[in-house]
Design a protein around this ligand. Structure first.
Ligand code: UD1
Ligand code: UDP
Length: 393
């Protein structure tokens, strides 16, 4: 069985890495990896952490690229690979321009598509933009829908996809996180190295970790987020750490507004291991990221989502995330509430992670083998039940 995995951005690489690592160890499976290079540095950093070496690299990234440019380059770059390699299955992940264009390239060549992280919906095509449309477009041309949660499965059923085409797997981000979190939390050289690298973190202060990059927040949204961060930086006993995404539409307002604020450390995007370490050191996380919304609850960290909508409402419903929009007053109000009220903090930090048990990859791989007529694999229990990161009071 020939499986072609296609991805191009940081979050896709993190979420596909466990699958690529599992496929390459399987006899009878030829696994090929094509990266589009929609992200360059942030993709390469992730590939290095997981030891994934692509077979093909379309290397498409340009500065401040448009959605049409990315999509056109992915489609035309993948078409000859589909025709010459003739995979039995193409795997794509999530909702980026890469994943949608790759699914289309497979469809145009009549190659079946497996969609990892299928069925996430806000119901609003403009939020997140363009990701909501990307997910829906990818679903239409997918043969197998790997839904991370039962809520995602129900969304697909409501759109008319047959139950037999949907499998609830959990999110592979939890598989990736477990892989890395064990390393960064266990006493040993990795934790020591990270401790030395981040020796400027003030153990006497509560750290707020921030990320943000959504296209629908460019302009006013980012100015509101920066206004909130400047206000929070005035609190005593707080250190704000913000790895700034490489998108120029993010970097400009963030550096303009926050570069000289003493309690705020603007740093470069971190490799995945370092970022997971920072999450474990944080008191709480402010983000608009999809992946971080999924990871924070698994680490026992309250997460405040700086968006108007989320396709990951499982976390809000489980009480481990709050949707706080980009409104400065709401952001500051919710952060203050959590930092000032140990009971409400503990309730959020102690909630359950709704996004998976670390065995999503095994379920997806077993399903692919079943498609190929190979006996399904037994999905083994993970030896370690959970990540042990103490929640702060
Ligand atoms: C993309 C995805 C978004 C995903 C996000 C994860 C689309 C439409 N958007 O958004 O769904 O949540 O990735 O981070 O697919 N850049 C670099 N180096 C890098 C990465 C980016 O310089 O390693 C800069 C470039 O100027 C590039 C720009 O960022 O043109 C935008 O990258 P792009 O992938 O188009 O958009 P993101 O905002 O990263
Ligand atoms: N991440 C990382 N380094 C950083 C910031 C985030 O490795 O400096 C990881 C994070 O742990 C998560 C993923 O990148 O797994 C999320 O990516 P991003 O926020 O760019 O995209 P989204 O998930 O919103 O699509």
């Amino acid at each position: 069985m020939r499986i072609l995995s296609v991805f191009g951005t940081r979050p896709e690489a993190i979420k596909m890495a466990p699958i690529v690592m599992a496929l390459r160890a399987l006899p009878g499976v030829e696994s090929r990896v094509c990266v589009t290079g929609q992200h360059r540095r942030m993709l390469d950093d992730t590939l290095a952490i997981f030891g994934v070496k692509p077979d093909d690299d379309l290397d498409i990234m340009t500065g401040d690229q448009t959605l049409a440019e990315i999509s056109a380059r992915v489609l035309s770059g993948l078409d000859p690979i589909m025709r010459s390699y003739r995979p039995d299955f193409v795997l794509v992940q999530g909702d980026t321009a890469t994943s949608t264009a790759a699914a289309l390239a497979a469809f145009f060549n009549k190659v079946p598509v497996g969609h990892v992280e299928a069925g996430l919906r806000t119901g609003d095509l403009m939020s997140p933009w363009p990701e909501e449309a990307n997910r829906r477009l990818t679903a239409v041309v997918s043969n197998r829908h790997y839904a991370p949660t039962d809520k995602a499965r129900r969304a697909l059923l409501a759109e008319g996809y047959p139950a037999s085409s949907i499998l609830v797997t959990g999110n592979t981000v939890i598989d990736a996180l477990l892989h890395v979190a064990d390393e960064v939390t266990a006493p040993g050289p990795v934790r020591d190295r990270l401790g030395a690298r981040f020796d400027w973190l003030d153990a006497g202060k509560r750290m707020i970790l921030v990320t943000g990059h959504r296209r629908e927040s460019f302009g006013d949204g980012f100015i509101r987020i920066c206004t909130a961060l400047r206000e929070l930086a005035k609190r005593d006993g707080v250190q704000i750490v913000y790895p700034v995404h490489l998108n120029p539409n993010v970097r400009q307002p963030v550096f303009d507004y926050l570069a000289n604020v003493p309690a705020i450390s603007l740093i470069e995007p971190q490799d995945y291991r370092s970022f997971v370490y920072l999450m474990t050191r944080a008191s709480l996380i402010l983000t608009d990221s999809g992946g971080v919304q999924e990871e924070a609850p698994a680490l026992g960290k309250p997460v405040l989502v700086m968006r108007d909508t989320s396709e990951r409402m499982e976390a809000v419903e489980a009480g481990v995330a709050r949707l706080v929009s980009t409104d400065p007053a709401r952001i500051v109000g919710h952060v203050s509430d959590l930092l000032d009220d140990p009971r409400r903090y503990a309730a959020m930090a102690g909630g359950a992670n709704p996004f998976g048990d670390g065995r999503a990859t095994a379920r997806i791989v077993a399903d692919l083998l079943e498609r190929a007529g190979v006996a399904p694999l037994h999905v083994p229990a993970r030896p370690k039940p959970a990540i042990a990161v103490a929640a702060e009071a």
